[in-house]
Write a protein that binds this ligand. Structure first.
Ligand code: SAM
Length: 340
């Protein structure tokens, strides 16, 4: 069964945050000194996540991505991967990680049935990595990337948030790094999502600028023609290397968005920019039947008209989306809680 929203968009993909905790403090995501964390007792168990995934599958969701926070901080994550991978409805099971703990966990995740992995890598300079994330962990991330490449995932991707004056001189070096591990690199425009309290329009390097920088180094770049609801537009260099650009800030793709997000404590968000989520933990824990849950999800999705990134683009004066005081009152508005 496939359910569509008011803009005729099907629900196909669910991003599940398995923890709001992170072991980095990236300037574009978690730049503050203190955060309000979700209460431990509210965090969904693996069994509860699995039940919800079954309910979402009934609405047409076959793509699941585990994220966070940093998902590899969640104890025994391969057990959840095993539960989800065993479902005949799970067509695609992926994970987004900062890679720090990956060298130790890649093999177990692959054996548990994880199909694809995306690793965040913003710089190849140790000192920049430390300045950007507050931790001296680039070598651990690179070891994680090498191990991911070695254990044979269906695909390994490297995601870079490009920030002006921070890492915008490294685009070609990152493409070259991707080639060494057969990973597709994707450049993400800096977004003004909740949590990006240091965001400014000037710090955004646009897709157009990125293409110009890469063309200066590699010569002509050709778009890859494909029908896809994936967030990245893909491009080919003359030597055949493919890379992607996720231009959520300057050229949003809300019209083809088939994604929604589940927080670690079971709130369901229909848009990265949504201010309110639907609490699925409460009905689940109070014994609602799968049919009851499915009918709630269906009617919520059918009413969906969100076009968060397009609405932000149309805003006359753009500054960080959510002020710090509001984030402290409502941590669900944070990107790291909602799951990137
Ligand atoms: N900890 C994991 C990681 O680092 O990949 C998963 C969670 S992280 C929130 C998921 C993705 O969101 C990462 O690729 C990160 O770079 C991206 N992200 C976070 N804040 C962003 C922002 N302000 N603009 C664009 N992308 C952002």
């Amino acid at each position: 069964m496939s359910v569509v929203d008011r803009l005729n968009r099907p629900l196909r993909s669910l991003r599940i945050s398995v923890t709001d905790r992170c072991n980095l403090r990236c300037q574009y995501c978690m730049p503050e000194d203190d955060y309000v964390w979700l209460p431990r007792e509210d965090i969904l168990t693996f069994e509860e996540v699995s039940q919800l995934v079954d309910i979402f599958a009934g609405l047409g969701v076959g793509k699941v991505r585990l994220t966070g926070g940093e998902p590899l901080l969640r104890r025994d994550l391969p057990a959840l991967v095993r539960l989800l991978a065993a479902k005949p409805t799970t067509r695609d099971l992926a994970l987004t990680t900062n890679g720090i703990l990956l060298a130790d966990q890649a093999k177990a995740l692959r054996s548990a049935g994880l199909h694809r992995i995306t690793i965040s890598l913003d710089t190849l300079h140790g000192d920049r990595f430390k300045a950007l994330t507050r931790f001296d962990a680039l070598d651990a991330v690179l070891a994680g990337i090498r191990e991911a490449a070695a254990v044979g995932f269906d695909s390994v991707k490297l995601d870079t948030v490009v920030v002006r004056g921070v890492n915008d001189d490294e685009l070609a070096d990152l493409v070259e790094c991707g080639k060494t591990v057969t990973a597709e690199v994707r450049f993400i425009e800096y977004m003004d999502v909740g949590g990006a309290t240091k965001w400014s329009p000037e710090a955004v390097v646009t897709r157009r600028e990125m293409l110009a920088m890469l063309a200066a180094r590699y010569g002509p770049i050709t778009p890859v023609e494909e029908e896809s609801s994936a967030p990245a537009d893909r491009f080919r260099l003359r030597d055949g290397t493919i890379f992607g650009i996720i231009s959520s800030t300057t050229e949003p793709f809300c019209r083809s968005c088939d994604r929604s997000r589940l927080t670690a404590d079971g709130l369901w968000y229909l848009c990265l920019y949504a201010q309110r989520g639907v609490d699925l933990r409460r009905p689940l824990r109070s014994g609602a039947s799968p049919e009851e849950m499915r009918s709630v999800l269906t009617s919520v999705w059918q009413q969906r008209a969100d076009r968060g990134a397009e609405v932000r683009l149309a805003a006359a004066e753009r500054k960080p989306f959510i002020p710090i005081e509001t984030l402290q009152r409502e941590p669900h508005l944070e990107m790291h809680t909602r799951g990137g």
